[in-house]
Design a protein around this ligand. Sequence first.
Ligand code: SAM
Length: 263
Amino acid sequence: MNAKAEAFTNNPEDTKSSEYYQEQYEQSFAEKWDELINWEARAQSEGRFFIDLLKERGKTKILDVAAGTGFHSIRLIEEGFDVTTVDGSPEMLAQAFRNGRNRGHILSTIQADWRSLNKSVDGKYDAVICLGNSFTHLFSERARRKTLAEFYAALRHDGILILDQRNYDRILDEGFSTKHKYYYAGKDVSAEPESISDELTRFKYTFPDGSVHYLNMFPLRKDYTRRLMTEVGFQYIETYGDFKEESPDGEKPDFYIHVAEKQ
Ligand code: SAM
């Protein structure tokens, strides 16, 4: 781990900044991310949820704003969608491009921070997707509002935003437990919170080679995220739990997926 990253992990309280994703997703972590997120297992657990949702609504022009190493961009390209791949981290974007090329695709990539997205991204999209628990990397309400406003502005008049998040309500209210079924499907990688507070959740990722990486996250409560979306102008928001409508038996999901409609 380099000195900068080490300093970062030693001072969690100093790192509640929306700028920190740049350091959190440094080169070594960009490479590890694909180990963490086993693509095959993830594709299986996610199924065709996002693909079917977009197809049913006739959305074809997609802006993947938190592309990471490209999992969703590539899956959607392979399903015939017209995808633009965005991330604020050059390391993650470079890894996404390599992953695309290895599968025979040339990704259309743009490096942009969400808070000034429309400075770099032209045109209007049918759907903006912000997946993989990414919105959690913003540590001020101002940054969250600005980001949602930028996502809103990048959409056509009838566009949709699909944004997912961990079920932090459960983590904050009951402590952490997970079925480890969704997303973090790399079976040899452990992901567990090291500290939990209303302002900062700090996850520790331990990889099979013994290396350890930390990610700081803002614990978004479900209704808070929904409220912010409404306040920036989204008209209707549907929230799914673990790729299903809210479970009737009251089982609490690991992840929520919000689908917010502009009109
Ligand atoms: N969506 C991918 C996935 O599910 O595998 C990657 C998710 S990763 C948790 C979060 C991504 O969001 C990182 O690649 C990070 O660089 C990006 N990110 C975080 N904050 C950002 C910001 N303010 N602007 C642009 N990208 C940001």
